[in-house]
Design a protein around this ligand. Structure first.
Ligand code: GCU
Length: 684
């Protein structure tokens, strides 16, 4: 993935001094030693004599280190901080990179900063040693940068080992037991640390019987994972079932206001911390898609979340309480219920009632991880609550890691969106919180025991990009992709690195928009096959209980979510967007059918009609995918043949599937509307 040995070439050829103690400093030392052993450099740990070095990793402090190299590095670092205009704290995870004469200095307040500083030096390669490089200070914008694994311990009869997993089995579990490959988990931890991720939840949010036991009888399995990931500064969290006191504890109720239930959670949580002192906390999917929750006892989500928060508080743990709550038994005939409204209707009234160690975890869109959705109105509706925004790195609705779909540009749009209007705070600001106490960024993971981690080798870029955007949401996603390409495809004897880089950008930069073009149009969403969610199924969900409809008929298509004549969903936004989305004049084209039901002849801002837009984008999408495949073929012989073949095989499937999408969507709308394609292309 993005840490091939070659990525350490520049670092590994240097003379390196590491000053500091503790587990994470040992990790830095270990990484540097490994690189130096390979590339001929040398490393010293807190030497007591004077030496000449090229690179110093040092913790700030007022102790008097015996080595003048450390003293000099520290004082150079302090002056660089003053020069940058910030002599203050670098924080728990931040670091400074500066030059002092011929020496590169990485300075941090805490060991985690040195670890992140190390991976920054790796990313920069030779540029980290450029004498002209001005000093830089780095601190993560978001405190928690977390991946949720939807991994089952036992194989689920429908969802398999990993729910919505497209990369083989789980790296943690197999057939009801730990998979037992701790070396692989350690490698995973390294990759995550190098991208900036610092927390993971190790089991599916849908918690079945075997998985419930992770909290008690199988806690040792969780502790083992925590031990392996700790040296990479990654904390482990656990998805728990709200019914645990009944399922595991022989209690007759899980009522959050019951004293016995509270005592059970307090005692159980204490045992967890006895075993895993830096345990992160619980993730909970409650009263959602059949999972148990407080509604059973006539309580609300604040009652439920607060009970768990109370149990975790003495140990500094948090509850990630998911806001993905809606009626999944809707009657499709019922036009008054709107799934998009549900999270806001349930959660916004509870603002102010959650304890400070509750994080309400909100999917980025109001429906379900679609290729295009508006940003969830819940994000702006709970100013007194810590909000985490949840993304989906696993490509459930975006091609299932059989299609190239680089999601960086989409996430970047979401994170930069300003829910109160263009000059207001952004989604990333909300996740960061005032004075850094926000809920952070979470994503559903996309890795498995596949040889390339992610099934589609190019899907690794999504995992990497998630971590990097969680560290700094303002970063340009194309620059992040460039970083990923540089690390993952180091120059080799057979490759022209510029050609590889250019070709990968051509294939990946716009691939999310390409995917959007050949799938559901104009923000209407879904139109996928029910169940596995892969491939076109235009009416697949139209007459089901799931609340995801497009309402196409002979005259038009789209969901009327206006206040004037529809479900009133637009009214859940602050005034600026409520107005923009409400009006056909101002609603952005790409979200038109999410908010409005319009005739096929409706003219978009682009000048095209809705029906012609559908035809044009679907033809264009297939052409773009065909071009991707052509471009990839020019790399044959330039990259690892196994990677080449895997991607080539998946591009064949992407072309096949895109054609299927194009033809089903175009034919469906031609048959509904009777309007022919202006350009007379083949529609069936
Ligand atoms: C989607 C997905 C489910 C998952 C759910 C969730 O609906 O299809 O598999 O359980 O999201 O986020 O909880």
């Amino acid at each position: 993935a993005w840490l091939p040995p070659e990525a350490f070439r520049s670092l590994g050829a240097r003379r390196v001094l590491v000053h500091g103690d503790g587990l994470l400093v040992d990790t830095v030392l270990h990484e540097v030693s490994r690189a130096c052993a390979r590339y001929g450099g040398r490393v010293w740990h807190s030497p007591s004599w004077d030496i000449d070095v090229d690179l110093v990793f040092a913790l700030r402090g007022d102790d008097e280190p015996p080595s003048s190299a450390v003293r000099a590095a520290r004082s150079a670092g302090e002056s660089a901080l003053t020069e940058i205009g910030d002599g203050g704290s670098l924080g728990d995870e931040g670091f400074l990179l500066a030059r002092h004469g011929d020496v590169t200095v990485v300075l941090a307040d805490a060991p985690a900063g040195l670890l992140y500083g190390l991976f920054h030096v790796v990313r920069l390669c030779a540029a980290a040693f450029d004498p002209e490089r001005p000093p830089e200070r780095h601190r993560p914008a978001l405190r928690r940068r977390m991946l949720d694994h939807w991994d089952n311990v036992a194989v689920h009869p429908v969802m398999g080992q990993v729910e919505r997993g497209y990369a083989g089995g789980s790296i943690f579990w197999r057939d009801g037991r730990p998979r037992g490959d701790l070396a692989r988990i350690r490698e995973y931890g390294r990759l995550l640390a190098a991208s900036g991720v610092n927390a993971i939840s190790v089991n599916n949010v849908n918690v079945a019987r075997t998985e419930a036991l992770l909290l008690t009888d199988r806690l040792g399995d969780v502790a083992e994972i925590a031990d392996v990931l700790r040296p990479y500064h990654i904390r482990v969290h656990l998805s728990v079932t709200f019914a645990a006191p009944v399922v595991l504890g022989d209690l007759s109720t899980a009522d959050p206001l019951d004293e016995g239930v509270r005592a059970w959670w307090a005692a159980t949580t204490r045992t967890v911390y006895d075993r895993i002192p830096d345990f992160g906390g619980y993730v909970v999917k409650a009263d959602s898609e059949g999972q148990p929750g407080p509604f059973t006892y006539g309580r609300d989500h604040a009652d439920g979340a607060n009970m768990l928060a109370e149990a975790l508080a003495p140990f500094g743990g948090v509850v990630h309480w998911r806001a993905f709550v809606y009626n999944h038994h809707q009657d499709w005939r019922d036009r008054s219920t709107d799934r998009a409204r549900a999270a806001y209707d349930h959660f916004a009234p509870l603002d102010g009632r959650f304890r400070t160690n509750v994080v309400v975890q909100v999917k980025y869109g109001p429906v379900d991880f679609q290729t295009r959705e508006p940003v969830s109105p819940v994000i702006a509706a709970m100013p007194a609550t810590r909000i985490a925004v949840e993304l989906q790195v696993t490509q459930e609705y975006t091609g299932q890691q059989r299609h190239v779909c680089h999601l960086g540009p989409w996430w970047s749009e979401v994170l930069r969106f300003a829910p109160w209007g263009p000059d207001g705070r952004t989604v990333a600001d909300v996740a960061a919180g005032e004075s850094g106490v926000g809920g952070g960024l979470v994503a559903v993971a996309n890795v498995g025991d596949d040889l390339f981690w992610t099934g589609h080798p190019l899907a690794q870029a999504n995992l990497y990009t998630f971590g990097r955007l969680a560290w700094d949401p303002r970063r340009d996603p194309t620059a992040v992709l460039d970083e990923w390409i540089t690390l993952t495809f180091p120059p080799s004897a057979t490759a022209d690195p510029d050609l590889v880089r250019r070709t990968l950008h051509e294939i990946m930069d716009d691939s999310w928009r390409t995917y959007e073009r050949y799938t559901a149009p104009l923000g209407v969403g879904f139109m996928v096959n029910p169940g596995d969610h892969y491939g076109p199924g235009v009416d697949g969900y139209e007459y089901t209980r799931w609340g995801t409809y497009h309402f196409a008929d002979r005259d038009g298509v789209g969901v009327d979510r206006t206040r004037a004549s529809g479900t009133g969903f637009t009214g859940q936004y602050p005034p600026y967007w409520a107005q923009v989305y409400e009006s056909l004049e101002t609603c952005p084209d790409e979200l038109l059918l999410f908010f409005h039901h319009v005739p096929y002849g409706h003219v978009l801002h682009s000048g095209s009609t809705v029906i012609q837009h559908i035809y044009d984008t679907h033809f264009a999408g297939v052409e773009e995918v065909t071009a991707m495949r052509r471009r990839w073929r020019t790399l044959n012989g330039m990259i690892d043949p196994a990677v080449y073949e895997r991607v080539a095989e998946r591009l064949n499937e992407q072309v096949r599937c895109a054609i299927e999408w194009r033809d089903q969507i175009n034919t469906y709308f031609y048959r509904k509307s009777g309007v022919p394609d202006e350009r007379g292309r083949d529609i069936h």
